[in-house]
Design a protein around this ligand. Structure first.
Ligand code: DC
Length: 225
């Protein structure tokens, strides 16, 4: 059976991680959450107290850091230099700073090299902002996920509530829009829909439906139709 490469991109909180994880599960593929990799570097920058403008030190740190992603039922488990940082990379502090760290081309170069290495084996679902445009322009299937900001904030609110954090809906909408603004206006690999990506608006879709859509498209390609 042919093992294809699936790229899922889209703005913050559009449902990429959940969809990618479940699609990977159904196809028995590897799921790679590339946002988690940028979050992991951001966490290390904060832990080392490196000023966010110090590109040289951040680059050196990215080069010296080993990130490992492991499969789990909740999504990727993330290890940095052997330490489990799965929860730490979701903190509010990491979330507000990750767009700055991920805007640096030198950081992207390190992580994109690793993402391409993992994808080379096929049978992978990579999700992020630039997978279909920059990381894997030859991906077999490209999906661009979008959703109303109100729906995205609502989903994020529920996710955070499960982790015991209460955040105001309006504040979440603002944070999401600000991150989208930064991610789509940066110079290096901005968030864009690849011309050959299929757009999937998940505003009114259940998770099952959005997963089904991607799996159906994937199976067509795998079966050569
Ligand atoms: O998907 P996420 O919200 O966990 O991603 C965190 C940040 O990482 C996002 O705001 C921008 C950056 N990112 C990126 O620049 N390129 C990717 N392929 C994935 C994420």
């Amino acid at each position: 059976m042919r093992k294809i490469v699936i790229a899922i991109d889209g703005p913050a909180a559009s449902g990429k991680s959940t969809t990618a994880r479940l699609v990977a599960q159904q196809l028995d593929y590897l799921h790679i959450d590339t946002g988690a990799m940028y979050r992991a570097i951001t966490l290390r920058v904060l832990q080392e107290n490196i000023p966010l403008g110090d590109v040289e030190r951040i680059k050196a740190l990215a080069e010296a850091t080993t990130i490992r992603l492991e499969r789990s039922d909740q999504g990727n488990k993330v290890f940095v230099d052997g330490r489990d940082v799965t929860e730490a990379i979701r903190s509010a502090k990491v979330t507000v700073n990750v767009s700055t760290v991920s805007s640096y081309q030198s950081v992207r170069a390190v992580l994109v090299r690793e993402q391409r290495r993992i994808a080379a084996q096929g049978g992978v679902v990579l999700e992020g902002r630039d997978i279909g445009t920059v990381v894997l322009p030859n991906a077999d299937l490209k999906i661009y996920m979008v959703a109303d900001v109100a729906k995205r904030a609502e989903r994020r609110k529920k996710e955070l509530a499960l982790m015991g954090t209460e955040v105001d809906h309006q504040k979440l909408e603002e944070e999401i829009l600000e991150r989208d603004r930064q991610d789509s206006t940066r110079e290096s690999s901005p968030l864009r829909k690849a011309p050959d990506a299929r757009e999937l608006d998940t505003s009114d879709l259940t998770i099952d439906k959005q997963v089904e859509f991607v799996v159906q498209q994937a199976r067509k390609i795998i079966e050569g139709n």
